[in-house]
Design a protein around this ligand. Structure first.
Ligand SMILES: NC(=O)c1ccc[n+]([C@@H]2O[C@H](COP(=O)([O-])OP(=O)(O)OC[C@H]3O[C@@H](n4cnc5c(N)ncnc54)[C@H](OP(=O)(O)O)[C@@H]3O)[C@@H](O)[C@H]2O)c1
Length: 326
């Protein structure tokens, strides 16, 4: 039997890398990737040549080339970075024309409602609306927050190598509000299951590893590291003030990445630790399917195991050369 053909966009990225590994590991897909011409000689792209996959070098906006690439593709999965989200409009148009059977746009974020809670969410929702206007079959997958961006830095500095924020000792909003967090490596496993599953067609699906509060996260890192962590508390009212101040200067684009990260970070925190959006009950209320119910046999990695790897210096350096400060 021929395997369904999957075209992955963003295969060299953080989320896309997890998806690529797991699609290949699952073994039941014929995996193809699309790389933009300007990236074709990057080491990360050259490394893909060792895998048994078809690599298409094309601009997403090149509708003629795209039509050719998409012919016969069953599923398109986009893990395109946030700066290129709008490129998914021509991609979705071409997928519809080519008769693609499922389009997975770049979600892979927290659960939150649309409507000025999170700019990044609203940006993604514009793509979702476009897909629905096209009547293109879709699945939208959200994943909570990665373990890899959810840990505090420790006084000895031994977790700095893997942290996006330096230092990261701030507790934003309610310290005891639980939120969904996930090991990025499990995202791909879930995506491989979800995209082969008819039950998830034209649905939102929520994937997560654990439900933990910031206090529980800090406590776990203290317990396993033996180090006492500093905590800088930002209560809900102050968080809202900081968010509004940051929004006032924001251009609503990625021209200033530092400014964008600040607004996005504060909006995420408000949604997770004041509104309590990023949790399974609210996801169900919004109409998401819960991956825990769909795939009860899959046991996600624990946050504790991730912290052990982190403290041993074995966590992935997902943000090498890209750390930020509040
Ligand atoms: N849940 C969480 O905790 C969390 C954390 C971070 C991000 N996210 C979400 O995950 C999504 C993906 O982010 P990421 O950090 O995984 O992305 P990333 O590492 O920045 O990777 C982006 C990928 O997209 C490719 N790409 C970018 N522009 C392209 C274009 N015009 N044509 C073709 N390919 C293009 C990049 O390839 P080249 O640049 O090499 O061409 C790269 O492979 C984001 O939308 C974000 O919202 C979630």
């Amino acid at each position: 039997m021929t395997k369904p053909r999957v075209l992955l966009i963003g295969a060299t990225g953080r989320t896309g890398g997890s998806i690529l590994n797991c699609l290949l590991e699952a073994g039941n897909f014929s995996v193809e990737v699309l790389i933009r011409p300007s990236s074709s000689t990057k080491p990360s792209v050259l490394a893909l040549k060792d895998l048994n996959i078809k690599i298409h070098i094309a601009e997403i906006s090149d509708s003629t080339h795209l039509a050719e690439i998409l012919t016969g593709i069953n599923t398109v999965i986009s893990a395109i970075g946030p700066t290129a989200h709008n490129e998914q409009i021509p991609l979705a148009n071409a997928a519809k024309k080519a008769g693609v059977k499922r389009f997975v746009p770049c979600g892979f974020t927290t659960v939150a409602p649309p409507g000025n809670i999170m700019w990044i969410r609203d940006h993604k929702e514009e793509i979702y609306q476009h897909i629905r206007k096209l009547h293109l079959p879709y699945t939208i997958i959200d994943v909570g927050i990665w373990y890899q961006v959810s840990f505090p830095t420790v006084p000895s500095g031994r977790t700095d190598y893997a942290s996006i924020l330096l230092p990261n000792v701030t507790i934003l909003g309610d310290p005891n509000m639980k939120t969904a967090i996930t090991d990025i490596r499990d995202i791909g496993t879930y995506v491989a299951e979800i995209t082969a599953d008819e039950r998830t067609l034209n649905k939102f699906v929520f994937v997560y590893g654990e439900l933990l509060s910031q206090e529980e996260v800090f406590g776990k890192v203290e317990e396993l590291s033996g180090e006492k962590l500093e905590r800088v508390l930002v209560p809900p009212e102050l968080l809202l003030t900081l968010r509004d101040e940051a929004r006032a200067f924001f251009q609503y684009d990625f021209s200033n990445m530092k400014e964008a990260i600040k607004v996005i970070g504060l909006e995420y925190a408000y949604s997770k630790f004041v509104r309590n959006d990023n949790c399974p009950d609210y996801a169900k209320y919004l109409g998401y399917l819960d991956a825990r119910d769909l795939y009860p046999e899959f046991v996600p990695r624990t946050f504790e195991d991730f912290v052990r790897e982190l403290l041993e210096g074995k966590a992935a350096q997902l943000f090498a050369g890209e750390s930020y400060q509040w």
